[in-house]
Design a protein. Structure first.
Length: 386
């Protein structure tokens, strides 16, 4: 009996040992497979951000998002895009510029016509510079000015004058400027200019003095009608309207969104062309290259690109400009998009997006670190149940 019991125990131990060894190999293989998958930034939408606005306020089309040094999130929207039924329902337009803290609380607001400056007809773009000043502009046909305020809303500077745009080689006025960024190293403001003009233009950020400008490939801008975009035609030699974003990287390259041409062009700060990349090149209509922000690692390894025509956020490798993956899809629920227009990233790597047209909102996507991504199109990045 003892020998039989020992045999049974020995057999059981052998089976258990084989099972453990097999499980070890399985886990090793799974780990290796996961490690082999591309590691990319992972995001989850925060459906509770921001908190409801006070005063029965409502947002209209959101056309600018930026983050300041305190990780406060600023947006600009277009109150004039309210619908009659929204007004009849008793809602009120929030002021054009709003500031939120990290918890999504509204902490300040200002904007609109005032003394000493010309407020744009069609608000567009927002940027908080390294001194904490607030920049904005307008995308309307007569909006030929940039405006600069303190964070409290005190007017500081106007560059250009409403209705005075003289075309893409005018050095005093802009033409439907879409966005801007200030370079702390030189105190220069780079302007994606824009909805009327076809260029990037640079001014001194304190005096407004003109510095330089250029068009696609560093060419002299040309305002000739280019006709409709044709995806299979040779690359257009000029920017189409709108030139929609300008973003300066840590290695001092300027990334420009040529929206309706479905491409990003990269330049030195002096305007020398470096490279370009088409994204979703068959996209027609409003185009695929709307706004970009960089990841918060030291090398800014990734570009986050909003695509309001396809209602996605694309993630690109910044060095190669290769498209890696996308997230989001069309819709009105959290994590979906309707005209995703603007994008910004805070110091923790969280993404904030603003939606134009009838999207009328800002969303937060929480950065969850790097992880394996197996799908080119991730769809809605809903919070995990884990």
């Amino acid at each position: 009996m003892m020998h039989r019991w020992n045999a049974r125990v020995g057999g059981a131990l052998a089976v258990a040992l084989v099972a453990c060894i097999g499980a070890r190999f399985v886990f090793q293989n799974v780990a290796a497979a996961q490690q082999a998958r591309p590691q990319m930034p992972i995001f989850q939408v925060d459906p509770m951000w921001p908190k409801p606005l006070p005063n029965h306020w409502l947002l209209a089309s959101v056309i600018g998002v930026t983050v300041d040094a305190r990780d406060h999130v600023w947006i600009i929207h277009r109150p004039q895009t309210f619908q009659p039924n929204e007004i009849r329902a008793g809602w009120k337009s929030a002021p054009p510029i709003l500031e939120f803290d990290q918890q999504g609380n509204l902490v300040s607001s200002f904007g609109g016509p005032g003394n000493g400056y010309e407020w744009p007809d069609y608000e567009h773009g927002l940027y908080i510079d390294y001194k904490g000043n607030v920049w904005t502009a307008g995308g309307g046909a007569k909006d030929a000015q940039l405006l600069k305020f303190t964070r409290e809303g005190k007017f500081l500077l106007q560059i250009g004058h409403k209705g005075k745009n003289g075309g893409s080689n005018d050095t005093e006025n802009v033409g439907g400027a879409a966005n801007m960024i200030v370079d702390p190293a030189t105190n220069e403001v780079y302007v994606a200019d824009g909805y009327v003009n076809h260029r990037v233009i640079v001014f001194d950020a304190d005096t407004g003095k003109y510095k330089r400008h250029w068009g696609a490939y560093g060419n002299k801008p040309d305002d000739a009608n280019m006709g409709p975009y044709k995806p299979d035609a040779p690359p257009p030699q000029q920017f189409r309207n709108p030139v929609h974003c300008a973003e300066l990287s840590v290695d001092r390259l300027l990334y420009v969104c040529d929206r309706a041409n479905d491409r990003i062009q990269v330049f030195t700060p002096e305007g020398k062309f470096v490279k370009e990349q088409f994204v979703m090149k068959q996209t027609l209509g409003s185009g695929s290259a709307w706004d970009i922000a960089f990841s918060k690692d030291a090398q800014q390894k990734y570009i986050y690109l909003t695509d309001g025509e396809n209602d996605r956020v694309h993630i690109l490798d910044r060095q190669s400009l290769a498209l890696l993956t996308t997230f989001g899809e069309g819709g009105r629920q959290p994590g979906e998009f309707y005209g995703v227009h603007s994008i910004a990233v805070d110091s923790k790597g969280n993404i904030y997006t603003g939606e134009t047209y009838r999207g009328q909102r800002v969303q937060k996507f929480v950065y969850k670190g790097l992880g394996p991504v197996t799908k080119e199109d991730q769809g809605v990045v809903w919070p995990s149940k884990k």
